[in-house]
Design a protein around this ligand. Structure first.
Ligand SMILES: [Zn+2]
Ligand SMILES: [Zn+2]
Length: 269
């Protein structure tokens, strides 16, 4: 998409389980990314998004901010974008989508094919809504790129389902819980502003893109999840880190082949 705008539509602050305050997050996006639009989507609260709105309005940021929430429905996580008031949790997917639409928002199925491996009795489901609900409900879009490092397979399944049966607008978001993760999944759209992005979702002209993590960033994220008691996610990230290391070693041993090795510089005399 030539000259497209870039939006990260899924991220968390300290208002839920992210590790950066709204202010730090906004400053990071301003100084360290080329995003044109972001959405703050904390779990079952808009406190972070609303605080960010006040700071954003008082400041001189070059990017647009969308207020959102990641709503825990009884079927799984649903992103409400362009909303102004929090949407209650623990309602059916159908009711959650209705409440998002009622306030003029867009409902996006977050990581729809994710089934979490861990279960925390204090936590309601952190899963996606799954194929049946995706097929049956009126979502405005499907997050086919969720930037969590461990979600490759789930993303591929969501993309396949959307391109063969669903044909909804495709979105990408980082699902960032740490600043390093912001932008590791984004949505391209014609235009630059939040209004352009909204139009693109409605007209299904968005394109979802994923970005790779550096090993250093993966480690930092893994440590964050271990600390947050998302131990299974943390372990999966460390496993990814191991894979990265093995690939690096394989590359190093390939270049140990004298035919591939760069000619060594002569020692200075
Ligand atoms: Zn989620
Ligand atoms: Zn999330």
């Amino acid at each position: 998409m030539p000259d497209a705008g870039k939006a990260d539509l899924h991220m968390h602050t300290t208002a839920s389980d992210g590790n950066a305050s709204p202010k730090r997050l906004l400053d990071h996006v301003e100084q360290r990314t080329d995003l044109d639009v972001i959405a703050i989507t904390d779990h079952d609260t808009m406190d972070g998004a609303l605080e960010a709105k006040r700071i954003h309005e008082a400041g001189d940021y070059r990017f647009d901010l969308i207020l959102g929430q990641e709503v825990t429905s009884t079927a799984g996580h649903i992103l409400g974008l362009f909303i102004e008031k929090p949407v209650p949790k623990e309602r059916s997917a159908e009711e959650t989508i209705r409440l998002i639409h009622k306030q003029g928002g867009l409902a996006i199925a977050a990581h729809p094919m994710l089934v979490m491996r861990y279960t925390d009795p204090d936590m309601l489901t952190a899963d996606g809504v799954g194929a049946d609900v995706l097929l049956g409900e009126q979502f405005d879009g499907v997050e086919i790129v969720n930037g969590s490092p461990t979600l490759g397979n789930e993303n591929a399944r969501a993309r396949l389902l959307n391109r063969t049966i669903l044909f909804r607008a495709e979105t990408g978001g980082s699902d960032a819980h740490i600043l390093d993760a912001i932008g590791k999944g984004y949505t391209l759209f014609p235009g630059r502003t939040a209004a352009d992005l909204r139009r693109a979702v409605e007209q299904k002209t968005t394109e979802a893109v994923s970005t790779k993590y550096r090993i250093r960033e993966l480690l930092r994220y893994g440590r964050f999840f271990m600390k947050m008691k998302f131990r299974e996610t943390g372990k999966r990230m460390f496993a990814l880190f191991g894979q990265g290391r093995r690939k690096e070693r394989a590359r190093a041993s390939a270049s140990a082949d004298p035919a591939l090795r760069a000619p060594r510089k002569k020692a200075a005399r």
